[in-house]
Design a protein around this ligand. Structure first.
Ligand code: HEC
Length: 257
């Protein structure tokens, strides 16, 4: 009897487990895994991809999404030198002040400034986006389940025709990877909207891949340093063990076992 009950319980568990991988929380579809340059203990960023991803952020996403924890000087990890960073910063307008007259004023950005937000406050952001708030992108990759895979899938493969009987209000779109499948962001990417100077394909998939790698960097700029230290620590510990092992052999060599 007990055996039978246990078997039934096991069978129910198995059914549940096999049902979860396709549908994660709140009815969103689990994104397929992509190959990322930064995957694994030795994975590093691809600087060319980061630079392209930054172009996509700057020319497309920055119209709605802030990146408020990232300063222009953090772009050094993309392989830009000081003068290139100065030039990039100066393309942005920063509101500074107050000045001696007590007024705020606009000036070109400097390397130490953080990326300016596209809207003055969250209310203005919502008012321009049908009541939906475009989240800040600084930590978005870390804040979402399956971070990079999810963002790539949402951008590159998620916008599909809504199934019949799906109610979409004006300004709402169907995206199969969004939790609940309804998103208040129109598909932001289309082929050819950003010019790539390095000859990479100007396609939705490539843009999505590059901007996701850039957003991963924005959320985790010290990943490379961390992995390097980790690797050196492992090598150090290996030799440390070796030395002690040989020392032990030497010390005990005349002792009868
Ligand atoms: C016209 C404004 C606009 C642009 C341009 C835009 N977004 Fe959005 N985005 C939004 C809004 C609004 C939301 C919130 C949607 C919601 O909550 O339904 C959003 C949400 C998101 C989300 C979060 C989905 C979630 O899990 O909550 C991601 C990821 C995202 N955008 C990525 C991007 C990327 C990458 C770009 C640039 C390629 C971009 N967006 C460009 C307005 C925009």
């Amino acid at each position: 009897m007990i055996k039978k009950l246990t078997l039934t319980a096991l069978a129910i568990c198995a059914l549940n487990v096999s049902a979860t991988p396709t549908f994660a929380a709140e009815g969103a579809v689990e994104p397929p895994h992509q190959h990322w340059h930064f995957d694994g203990p030795r994975g590093m960023y691809d600087k060319a991809a980061l630079q392209r991803g930054f172009l996509v952020y700057k020319n497309v996403c920055a119209a709605c999404h802030s990146l408020k924890r990232v300063a222009f000087r953090n772009l050094d990890g993309l392989g830009y030198d000081e003068s290139q960073i100065k030039a990039i910063a100066s393309e942005f307008t920063i509101t500074d002040g107050p000045n001696d007259q007590g007024e705020m004023f606009d000036r070109p950005g400097r390397p130490a400034d953080r990326f300016p937000a596209p809207f003055a406050n969250p209310q203005a952001a919502k008012a321009s986006n049908n009541g939906a708030f475009p989240p800040d992108m600084s930590l978005l990759v870390n804040a979402r389940h399956h971070g990079a895979d999810y963002i790539y899938a949402l951008l590159a493969e998620g916008y599909v025709d809504a199934p019949e009987h799906t109610e979409l209000a004006p300004g709402q779109y169907y995206n199969k990877y969004m939790a609940g499948h309804v998103i208040s962001m129109a598909a932001p990417l289309s082929d050819g909207i950003v010019a790539y100077p390095d000859g990479s394909p100007e396609t939705v998939k490539q843009y999505a891949k590059d901007v996701t790698e850039f957003l991963k960097y924005a959320a985790d700029p010290h990943m490379e340093a961390r992995k390097n230290i980790g690797m050196r620590a492992m090598i150090f510990l290996f030799f440390f063990c070796l030395v002690f092992f040989m020392a032990k052999k030497k010390i005990w060599k005349d002792v009868e076992h």
